[in-house]
Design a protein around this ligand. Structure first.
Ligand code: 9UX
Length: 72
């Protein structure tokens, strides 16, 4: 089974930003797919069940230089 998480991501302005965020999210343990939508400033992540996945994803977004916001 998997969980789907939506995260609002601020600070992205171009396609390279999108690629950076997708890469950062994909590296979080348990992530099966990460898709970022620039127009909606959000990321949809499918991940294995696990502790604190949402917090780990948010940390990855911030470390990559963008702003995780409220759950989308
Ligand atoms: Mo280009 Mo997106 O510097 O920040 S990667 S606008």
């Amino acid at each position: 089974t998997s969980q789907t998480l939506d995260i609002s991501v601020g600070g992205m302005t171009c396609a390279s930003c999108v690629a950076r965020v997708e890469r950062a999210l994909a590296q979080v343990p348990g992530v099966r797919s990460a898709t970022v939508n620039l127009a909606t400033e959000s990321a949809r992540v499918v991940a294995a069940p696990g502790d604190d996945v949402d917090a780990r994803l948010r940390r990855a977004v911030r470390t990559a230089g963008y702003e995780p916001r409220t759950a989308a």
